[in-house]
Design a protein around this ligand. Structure first.
Ligand code: SF4
Length: 76
């Protein structure tokens, strides 16, 4: 799934890192970043991490995590 983060909306509550520690991390101010690439604001989440990602998305109190596309378009 294609997922986007909006750091301006993040209140550094910590929930996404608790719910999806393989995906999200924080910068020095506690603001959300992608764990494997702190420079980007959107990323394709591999299918084995989608459940984590969805949980974090639902828990984020300020909608600083956005699911842009739930499933990759089938290629066949
Ligand atoms: S759950 Fe949302 S508000 Fe809380 S740290 Fe993560 S992105 Fe920021």
């Amino acid at each position: 799934m294609l997922t986007r983060i909006i750091p301006e909306n993040c209140i550094a509550c910590g929930l996404c890192q608790i719910k999806a520690p393989d995906i999200f991390d924080y910068d020095a101010e506690g603001i959300v970043i992608f764990k494997n690439d702190p420079e980007v604001l959107s990323q394709m989440i591999p299918s084995d991490l989608e459940e984590q990602c969805m949980t974090a998305y639902k828990k984020c109190p300020t909608r600083a995590i956005i699911i842009e596309k739930e499933k990759a378009t089938p290629t066949n």
